[in-house]
Every structure is written in structure tokens, then in C-alpha cells.
Ligand binder design. Structure first.
Ligand code: PLP
Length: 261
């Protein structure tokens, strides 16, 4: 039987913890066939990102068109997009092909603080991609970069979600995992009418590399299988909780969330 398909438009992680490597194994774990439009090759290990080289924008476009025209894309996600030129090319291409739902994970930097996006590119994500997105999945650092709002509690998380909706996506998920000192990780999902708080345990672990990518690709997998946004996000949260709980150390720095469970 032919499985559903999901397309990741994202960068490669030489350390195998994040990027397309995390996306593909998450799609696989959900019984979804993974398709790839590679945007950048990063050089990184557990200590951080040493640098990256972007793929020419026309090659990113060609990868998306090649798979969408032949294999079909039930859902797509964007991760590391590297440059404003690639973002503009992806946005234009997404108008020309059918990709089902689109999850935009506005990746700006690694958790070790290294930029994964050239400086002018965040504005392009906001103006070119958010209006085309079914769902955007920023963490609190990305929320601050995108809106200027520092989320410190439930009220500011809601204000940030409302500010993000103004950029035009259908749904916003403000992930609360980076809020320190709270016993629970509370994510807020909204389309402006419905507000859902998704609460889960906070695990004391250093090994969270690739967590954002893994959650966004878990959500994308469920969407590819036909789930609604609230159901896909709830399932994605359960999935990432287990991956974080089983994260392991590898190398001298930050280890990955685990795909083995
Ligand atoms: N490398 C690539 C290619 C990524 O896409 C990402 C996150 O999206 C990262 C590194 C950073 O991952 P983390 O912030 O989990 O360390």
C-alpha cells in the first residue's frame, strides 16, 4: 500500500540530530514517506554549528517541483531556509504546486546560539511564508525575534500568539518549552477563535537538539495522514515528549532527542 507523503524543505545536520535527518526519521516513525528539498548543508556537531553553505534557490525550487509534480505531497514543512532568496523562491513555488497543509517552523538559530538564517531573511519568513502557512510553530526565542514580545507567562504567550496571527497564518502554536522555571511545558495553539493550552511534563535534560524539528515534522506527518490541526498538534506534543524523555548524550555538547522508543 502506498503511504502518505510529507515534504521537508530544510537543511542537513552533519551531526544527524536535527534538520532533514530528524524530519525523515520522524516521517518514517509515523509511516509516512519522506520527500526532501534540501536548502543548506550545515557543518555541525554536538558543540554547535561551524558554518553552512546554502543550495542555489533554483535547485531548491526544482526539488520541490520534481517531487510535487510526480509523487504528490500530502503535507509539507519548512525548517532551516538559510537565505531570503531561498525563502522567496520557496514561497513562489508553493503557489505553483499542490502541497496540502504547510507547517512553517521559523528556524532562526540553533539552541547553541548559531545563526541558521542570514540576517535579512527573518522578514522574508514573516511576509512571504507566514501568509501561506496552515500552522507556524515558533519557540520563545523565535517569538521574540518575530514580534519583539518576551513571553514570561500565560498572558504574554497569548499576546504573542495574537501578534503572530496578524502575519497571516491560519494557526499559531507558541511553544512554551523554553520558558525556564515552570514545572510544565505549556504550548498555546490558536486560530484566533479557539485557544487550546497543551500541557506536558518538563524533563530535566540537556539533550534536546533537534526537538523543534522533530515536533514540527511529527505534526506534519499527522497532517499528511489527514488529521485536523488540533489533533495533529496534540499527537505531535505526545511524540516529542517521548523523544525528549529518551534524549541521549553524544559528543561533548548537546545530545539529540531520541528517535528510539
Ligand atoms: N541544524 C539544522 C539543519 C536545523 O534545521 C536546526 C533546527 O531547526 C538546527 C540545526 C538546530 O537545532 P537545535 O536548535 O535543536 O539545536
Amino acid at each position: 500500500m502506498t503511504p502518505p507523503t510529507a515534504l521537508t524543505i530544510a537543511g542537513s545536520d552533519s551531526g544527524g540530530g536535527a534538520g532533514i535527518q530528524a524530519d525523515l526519521r520522524t516521517f518514517f516513525a509515523h509511516g509516512v514517506h519522506g520527500l526532501v528539498a534540501l536548502t543548506a548543508v550545515t557543518v555541525q556537531n554536538s558543540l554547535g554549528v561551524q558554518g553552512f553553505t546554502e543550495i542555489p534557490a533554483d535547485v531548491v525550487t526544482a526539488q520541490i517541483k520534481a517531487v510535487a509534480s510526480d509523487m504528490g505531497v500530502n503535507a509539507a514543512k519548512t525548517g532551516m531556509l538559510a537565505t531570503a532568496e531561498i525563502i522567496r523562491a520557496v514561497a513562489k513555488t508553493l503557489d505553483e504546486v499542490e502541497v496540502g497543509s504547510l507547517v512553517v517552523d521559523p528556524v532562526a538559530a540553533s539552541m547553541t546560539g548559531h545563526a541558521l538564517l542570514r540576517e535579512d531573511a527573518l522578514e522574508a519568513i514573516r511576509t512571504e511564508l507566514f501568509p501561506r502557512a496552515t500552522l507556524i510553530t515558533p519557540n520563545l526565542d523565535e517569538v521574540r525575534l518575530l514580534t519583539g514580545i518576551s513571553v514570561v507567562d500565560a498572558a504574554s504567550q497569548r499576546s504573542a500568539a495574537e501578534a503572530l496571527l496578524e502575519f497571516g497564518s491560519r494557526w499559531v502554536l507558541v511553544k512554551g518549552g523554553h520558558l525556564v522555571g515552570t514545572p510544565e511545558c505549556v504550548d498555546l495553539l490558536t486560530d484566533g477563535r479557539e485557544y487550546r493550552e497543551l500541557s506536558g511534563p518538563r524533563y530535566e535534560t540537556e539533550n534536546t537538539h533537534g526537538g523543534g524539528d522533530t515536533m514540527a515534522s511529527a505534526i506534519t506527518s499527522s497532517l499528511a495522514k489527514g488529521a485536523s490541526i488540533p489533533d495533529a498538534v496534540a499527537a505531535g506534543k505526545k511524540f516529542i515528549e517521548r523523544c525528549v524523555a529518551e534524549g541521549y548524550s553524544l559528543g561533548a555538547g548537546v545530545g539529540p532527542v531520541s528517535p528510539f522508543w
